[in-house]
Design a binder for this molecule. Sequence first.
Ligand code: GLU
Length: 479
Amino acid sequence: MDNVRVRIAPSPTGYLHVGTAHTALFNWLFAKHNNGKFILRIEDTDIQRSSKEYEENILEGLTWLGLYWDEGPYYQTQRLDLYRKYAEELLKIGAAYYCYCTPEELEQRRKEALAQKRPPKYDRKCLYLSDEEIAKYEREGRKPVIRLLVPEGKTVFNDIIRGEIEFDNEDIGDFVIMKSDGIPTYNFAVVVDDYTMGITHVIRGEDHISNTPKQLFIYNALNWTPPEFAHLPLLLGPDRSKLSKRHGVTSVTEYKKMGYLPEALVNYLALLGWTPEENKEIYTIEELIELFDLRRVTKNPGIFDITKLEWINTQHIRRLSVEKLAELTLPFLEEVEWFNRNNFDKNYYLKVVSILQERLKTLSQIREYGDYFFLDKLNYDLETVKKVCKSPDIHIYLEKIKEEWSKIPNSEFSAQNLENILRNLAETHQIPTKNLVHPIRVALTNKTVGPGLYELAEILGKERVIKRLEEFIECLKEL
Ligand code: GLU
């Protein structure tokens, strides 16, 4: 496909929502697959609800995901002259007309229509106003809107994903294209922009299907060839209602803060509503670009499942080099007050990251899973201590272990040596090794689960291990 040009057109009235990121991703993948261009347009005509903060968040989120745009951002509020120009053209050719009805009048007549079981669409009261009527309204200080004159008949378009879609124009009232303050409505601005920006494919959420005939009227009236349309399935929560805050985090940058990898979120979102031919679940961005095909987008909604996302994140974390994972996790540690940047030892940190890599579901979990590698003192949870130290003479064995391990020279303080010594001791005293392993794990980490005990002890190093055993034995005596 040649000269593909697609766009994402977010309104800066909220943080970048995963649904918008999903649409952006499908556009971006389609552009990349076809060597086309991906354009960013900020639809900021809702001046009341738009904000710079939201806009910055949208740009930050798209950038973090790696969905770089080739053109833009364009701003609709900087293109008002253009919309005015085409609105005037529509007026001139009789495809649009001024309407002076006030919201109160419209509401009144809408109610009447409903009461009489007529469709509550605009009744065209202002379609053929006389010069006197216009003059009267103007004297009253009324500011008109501009409405599009909806043609008769049916409107059919071929959606790449959903096939032929037909609308009866009869059901659509003459809608406003320009508000009285000179700001265009969404349906009008979007057409002027998509046309003048040379958009070849409009790929957007299914919630815009009902807008498409309205947009087609404008293309036809101006004699413009419309783009192709592809309406994507929406993202739903597990209860099958539209994905919203009720279902959990919906802001893309929150996922960043929670320690998700952008490539994992991209991987996950790509598979919501699209099934590549290959039957696997973990894809790199390059693979997604290579395989992406709009025709394999499903009509069924994508159910957003955080557990699945977490699993995909785990898989991508496992694929990172230790160096990279260290670089990415460090900022999460630097956020906590117990982490001492001054003592930072890169080699030590690389070992810590490497032993935790398999277990991390998110980058931020380095804090909860790895705190003991950095804390000076562990505040033992006494309930846990009691639970793992049921035997009354456990402190005697721990004392012995401590003594034996203390004798190992620093350079030989290896997982293998630690294990051999512990096993020998367990054998000599005829106790199961697990009766020693569990308390020692708590002594060294203040946790009941974690990576291999001897391996983590090797990383902690002799000094820390011996000190913790001492502290733990003290704690036991006090209990
Ligand atoms: N600003 C619209 C939205 O955020 C864009 C819709 C479209 O892609 O046409 O939903």
